[in-house]
Ligand binder design. Structure first.
Ligand SMILES: Cc1ncc(COP(=O)(O)O)c(C=O)c1O
Length: 375
């Protein structure tokens, strides 16, 4: 094959992949990713060797990065999550999984012999994180809503009162968007006189909008969290997976090491870090502002109300936590899972993220109704 034909073939494969993925992204019903973003104006940054290596709050010798904006992203979320002024820190991660790993890592450094408690509805990556960190752990029962079972948590903690408690709380479980209440959990810990404790909030799914919900879930720093992780590619929207971890600065200082090679502190999990994703998150946050982010949630919630009502109008079984963007229902057959990319684990779910249209919602519901009539 000559050079020109070879280049034409590459172009044609890239073009057909793009066409196929564009079509598929319109049929995204079961995974929590927004599809309404447009970052074309940031295209030029793809020609730079961006790398956010090192601590975003410290200067280093590698300077082709976006630490400046990364810090503003962390500041935005620290403020949103009511962190104590001057006692917060964080960075832009590769996603919720890394943010959760970071929270657990901090907890383990603080309490090497602590036990991690998490509900059975917790994301699968958390068991893997706990294995990486070689931490003792106990799984707690969940309620039907996906929220942790406080009675089981109470009874289990009672048996291990002499061991530091590391609570891994869900602020939106993967399948049902159930939210654990950190204030209730703190109450249990206080009642049992467990003073050595660490609470991490997994807000991968809902962290970016939970502060705007009515009633507001209890999960922020003022409620008692020590660290909070969110995913950036979910509600905010990004073509590249990303996330943000925020934590109390005084806890992070315990693990910081100064590294001569990069001339800064090694406080993050990976060495080289994405310099493009902080720019994406920053750009959306700047465009929206706090009010715009709130409106984004209100609009998505209205669309979820619509989807719930449509299912109820058709006498379909559907459950939804108050104000949630997730609707869950009995498992649907494989052809519906594949057609609409519907995630299933015990139940199936539809997640109403920005970018999903009423037409798509109607088409998914029509298929669910069709199969329920056939059954
Ligand atoms: C509750 C929860 N935690 C953690 C994760 C992992 O986040 P990520 O995919 O951003 O690594 C997810 C992903 O769906 C999730 O739903």
């Amino acid at each position: 094959m000559n050079e020109k034909n070879h280049l034409d073939e590459i172009d044609s494969r890239v073009q057909s992949l793009y066409t196929r993925l564009t079509e598929l992204s319109k049929r995204m019903g079961g995974y929590p990713v927004s599809t309404d973003f447009n970052y074309e104006c940031l295209y030029n940054f793809l020609s730079l060797p961006l790398n956010n290596i090192g601590d975003p709050f410290e200067d280093g010798t590698y300077q082709v990065g976006t630490h400046e904006l990364e810090k503003e992203v962390v500041e935005f979320f620290a403020k949103l999550f009511m962190a104590e002024e001057n006692n917060y820190w964080g960075y832009v991660t590769n996603g919720g999984t890394e943010g959760n790993l970071y929270g657990l890592y901090l907890a383990r450094e603080l309490y090497p012999k602590g036990i991690v408690y998490f509900s059975e509805d917790t994301h699968y990556s958390v068991s893997k994180n706990i294995n990486f960190l070689n931490m003792r752990h106990i799984m707690i029962k969940s309620q039907h809503s996906g929220e942790i079972d406080y009675e089981d948590l109470h009874e289990t903690l009672k048996i291990h009162r002499d061991v530091p408690a590391i609570i891994f709380a869900n602020i939106g479980t993967t399948m049902k968007e159930g939210k654990d209440d950190i204030i209730k959990i703190q109450h249990i810990l206080r009642e049992l006189r467990i003073n050595d404790k660490y609470i991490h909030a997994d807000g991968a799914l809902c962290g970016s909008f939970a502060m705007f919900m009515q009633p507001r879930p209890h999960f922020n720093f003022a409620d008692g969290a020590d660290s909070i992780a969110i995913s950036g590619h979910k509600f905010i929207g990004s073509p590249i997976p990303c996330g943000v971890i925020t934590a109390k600065r005084n806890l992070v200082q315990r693990i910081a090491r100064s590294i001569g090679y990069i001339g800064t502190l090694d406080t993050t999990i990976t060495g080289s870090r994405n310099g493009f994703t902080p720019l994406l998150i920053w750009y959306t946050l700047q465009k929206l502002g706090m009010e715009g982010l709130k409106q984004r949630y209100i609009d998505a919630c209205k669309l979820a109300d619509y989807a719930e009502q449509q299912m109820k109008n058709k006498d379909l079984i559907v459950w939804r936590n108050p104000g949630a963007l997730t609707l869950f229902f009995p498992e649907v057959p494989d052809w519906i899972k594949n057609k609409w990319q519907i995630a299933t684990q015990g139940v199936s779910h539809l997640i109403v993220m920005p970018g999903l249209t009423k037409q798509t919602i109607d088409a998914v519901i029509e298929d669910i109704q069709k199969q329920s009539l056939d059954a």
